[in-house]
Write a protein that binds this ligand. Structure first.
Ligand code: CO
Length: 173
């Protein structure tokens, strides 16, 4: 089932999301719906607050259009090792129309629970996958990528952000 995506300006995006104590069948279904929603919007990652659920769940799939899908479902994801720094452009399904550079650690190790509730560890991942996971984990802290962009990019996008914020406040959340 495709879920509605909450947009910049809506409160749920600014809350710290709650830990998941048990991966229930309902939460596994939510993760599947989030993947479907993400694929439909041509996104590479989605966090539960973006579909209105303030819980620590993210889904990610950075494979290209003509590659075989490789989705990750991560409950309670935590970065345990960070190395290096790199800058790349990011966007977000909750902030449509805005893209800007963000600096992040380059290589990370991430621990989480998979869709069956089993512990999974991704060691020393880098590139787009590492960037995407960090972006999604930020969502669980109520942080959006536009909080991390340069003052110049912030000024450039101020109009778009104000407009989004105004529009999303007129939608019941
Ligand atoms: Co995002």
């Amino acid at each position: 089932m495709v879920l509605p995506i909450y947009l910049y300006g809506q409160k749920v995006l600014r809350k710290r999301a709650q830990e998941v104590s048990k991966v229930s069948p309902e939460l596994t279904k939510l993760a599947e719906d989030m993947l479907e929603t993400m694929y439909k919007s041509a996104g590479i990652g989605l966090a539960a607050p973006q579909v209105g659920h303030s819980i620590r769940l993210i889904v990610v799939d950075v494979t290209g259009e003509d590659e075989e899908k490789h989705p990750y479902v991560m409950f309670n994801p935590a970065v345990t090792v960070k190395k290096g720094e790199c800058v790349a452009e990011e966007g977000c399904l909750s902030v449509p129309g805005v893209w800007a550079d963000v600096e992040r650690p380059e290589t990370i190790t991430v621990e989480s629970l998979d869709k069956h509730g089993k512990k999974q560890v991704l060691r020393n991942i880098e590139g787009l996958l590492a960037r995407c996971i960090q972006h999604e984990i930020d969502h669980l802290e109520g942080v959006l990528f536009v909080d991390k962009i340069s003052a110049t990019d912030r000024t450039l996008n101020e109009g778009k952000l104000k407009k989004l914020s105004k529009e999303s406040k007129s939608v019941p959340a």
